[in-house]
Design a protein around this ligand. Structure first.
Ligand code: SUG
Length: 445
């Protein structure tokens, strides 16, 4: 039976903007208040999907969340029509506009944690939407994420979409960005490597930025999925968090038996123990990038480790591929490292492809942030809602839709513009028509 990894990318919404909302995410802070280009952002995201489709990979997407999130504003005491709610917010609490207008659901690696059916005792694929409680603009995502996942993966013979963990600091969860499923082959049971930033013993005074994932959250997800014995828990290093690794996927990426990581990604004692346990369970191939080749700073600026590490399109791990952001090509130390890596035949990464996702990168989201990986058998793939799988023709249609509806410049100050709400609603309405989804968004019901 064939089993594949399918990437579901977050389709970037017309509300993409730079509001500097993510403390500890250096790109988000650096670019705060600059003009974004939502049209270019969405087209870049779709071109990345096209790159994978052309290479022969199966590709899907998750729809953008409804923004502005008027339901949240109503919960916060605003009333009237949607336009009145927005106008009152702009007048009385303008700081809330960026929270309810963020396009952050584009970073699908934070949508959920996914465990493939081969690992789960009930033989189904398990999803836990991430509660994202650390940041206010992302903590409002999970209700719509849950709804979207239950639409895309609605067949309960094959899929289980759990409730998000309780929205409490103790269970702070950022999804697949802090989870790597390692295996010998996609169809066989593997190991879930959960990376967390803090547990009860962590000395928080050592951290300059929030540790967004708790060990307790990771353990809970493993329990929900029925895989506590197939899970290992590894701690991020304080150095990495302080250098701007707000998610582990900024300093490490794994697939199959390969774990590609920066030398300073993990707390050393935790790494020693967990790597030894991993090596007992599978023929682990760690590829450690030493700090004297690529500094932590260069790794985080270029997002080297936020590349997509792909098996070949048939799911083989002998010749793997990195889909890296163009920032890696433009960084001399990283570019030199990648040239040497592809030439080193003692490890399986044979090809490096560069993609331009600069609009997303400027908010701290690289190629790997933009996608949620779901390992699926042919049968499971056939049970996915077909509207969310793309070929080149569908990508063309989506790009035409973007060109019709998206602005090419958006400043945080523009979020108060009542016309933007209408533009967003019209775009979302047209998207659901294009996809044949009916009344998917709340304003359509
Ligand atoms: O959560 N940026 C996102 C980037 C997420 C990247 N995802 C992964 N590494 N998997 C975040 O920090 C910035 C929004 C703003 O500032 O407007 C933001 O939310």
């Amino acid at each position: 039976m064939s089993v594949f990894e399918v990437n579901f990318d977050g389709l970037i919404g017309p509300n993409h903007n730079y509001s500097g909302l993510a403390f500890g995410n250096l790109a988000s802070s650096r670019n705060a208040q600059l003009a974004s280009n939502p049209r270019e952002a969405a087209l870049q995201g779709l071109e990345k999907m096209r790159t994978l489709v052309k290479l022969g990979y199966r590709q899907g997407f998750l729809p953008p969340q409804l923004r502005p999130d008027i339901a949240t504003l109503r919960r916060l005491g605003f009333s009237g029509t949607d336009t009145e709610v927005l106008a009152a917010t702009a007048q009385r609490a303008p700081a809330l506009l960026s929270m309810v207008y963020s396009a952050s659901s584009m970073w699908a690696a934070n949508a959920a944690t996914v465990t493939p059916s081969a690992d789960c005792p009930d033989g189904r694929v398990h999803f836990t939407p991430a509660n994202l409680v650390t940041t206010a603009h992302r903590a409002i995502e999970y209700p719509q994420t849950t709804q979207a996942l239950r639409t895309v993966f609605g067949d309960d013979d094959h899929f289980v979409v759990h409730e998000a963990l309780p929205a409490q600091d103790r269970f702070a969860d950022e999804g697949a960005a802090n989870h790597t499923r390692l295996c010998t082959s996609y169809g066989e049971a593997g190991v879930g490597l959960f990376v967390y930033g803090r547990d009860a013993d962590t000395d928080l005074s050592q951290l300059q930025f929030p540790a967004r994932q708790t060990r307790e959250a990771s353990e809970t997800v493993a329990r929900q999925h029925g895989v506590p014995d197939r899970a290992l828990f590894l701690q991020q290093s304080a150095e990495a968090i302080n250098a701007g690794a707000f998610h582990n996927d900024v300093v490490a990426v794994g697939n199959g038996p390969v774990l590609f990581h920066h030398e300073q990604a993990f707390a050393s004692r935790s790494q020693e123990a967990v790597f030894a346990q991993l090596a007992e369970r599978l023929p682990l191939q760690p590829i450690c990038v030493p700090a004297n080749r690529v500094s932590l700073e260069d790794a985080i600026r270029s997002y080297l480790f936020n590349s997509q590490l792909l098996a070949d399109p048939q799911g083989g791990f002998e010749a793997m591929r990195l889909i890296a952001p163009t920032e890696c090509r433009d960084n001399p130390a990283v570019a030199a490292y990648l040239t040497d890596l592809a030439a080193d035949t003692t490890q399986p990464i044979r090809h490096v492809e560069f993609v331009d996702v600069r609009q997303s990168m400027s908010n701290g989201g690289g190629p790997a942030c933009l996608r949620l990986r779901v390992v699926l058998s042919e049968q499971e793939l056939a049970a996915v809602h077909p509207a969310f799988l793309v070929d080149e023709a569908r990508i063309d249609q989506l790009q035409a839709w973007v060109r019709d509806h998206y602005r090419d410049a958006l400043l945080p100050a523009d979020l108060a513009d009542p016309a933007l709400l209408d533009e967003c609603y019209r775009a979302f309405d047209n998207l659901t028509q294009l996809l044949g989804l009916g009344s998917f968004y709340a304003f359509q019901r």
